[in-house]
Design a protein around this ligand. Sequence first.
Ligand SMILES: [Zn+2]
Length: 237
Amino acid sequence: MRVTANRVRALSALACAMLAAVVLPSGCTHVHSAPRLKCMAHLYAIAGAMRMYQDDWGGYPPPYDPLSGRGGVSALYANADLADTEVLRCPEDPTTLAGYNRLHGTHWNPATFDKCYSSYNEEYNYWGYDARGEPLRSRREAAKTYAGRRGWQGRLLWTTGAPGAATAAFPGLVNPKAPDGTVITHCPWHRPRFRGTQPQDPTAFLGTDIMAIPVTSYDWITQPPPPGASSSGPRPP
Ligand SMILES: [Zn+2]
């Protein structure tokens, strides 16, 4: 079944209402920064859109391609599972069109950047899965998938100035039966604000849970949220 605009709008409204219920227990709103709350709302919309994408295509978007802008979280907007490009961007993400073009050697224009760039693509399922549905555990394994030896499940970018040094891996969430506890993506743009405390990233799961998860104690691929993980977000420093 293809997605209609009404369906997208209905989901967006539902997402806002449900997110408020999930992350805003009464009396706890003071622990959230506005940008982080907005980011978590974006992640909630993305998780819902992932479910629609899965319903339509029987799987999840392929790895993001930073040159073409196809794949990854960006595919949700391209396939009309997301109604608004604003959802693709974390409010704390300072990436500009010029910065993106410089980093990737692209010549995108503002319209392409608006449609295709997402703050959440680099963390999309982190390392991803291999062709057998086994989680990848390192950049080396992600590189193997890019080389085609284990299927087309990950992309790896290399710096131009430091040959052999990977700057970013773009894995794919290719296991169509991935459990609800599988991480879709997590947002690292708020992390510097929590330096000196236990750093946590807002995280979206396939089951549409949105939680702040400690970055040092979590497997970003398949595990369900660890005991004690709070859906009400982190405490400020
Ligand atoms: Zn964010």
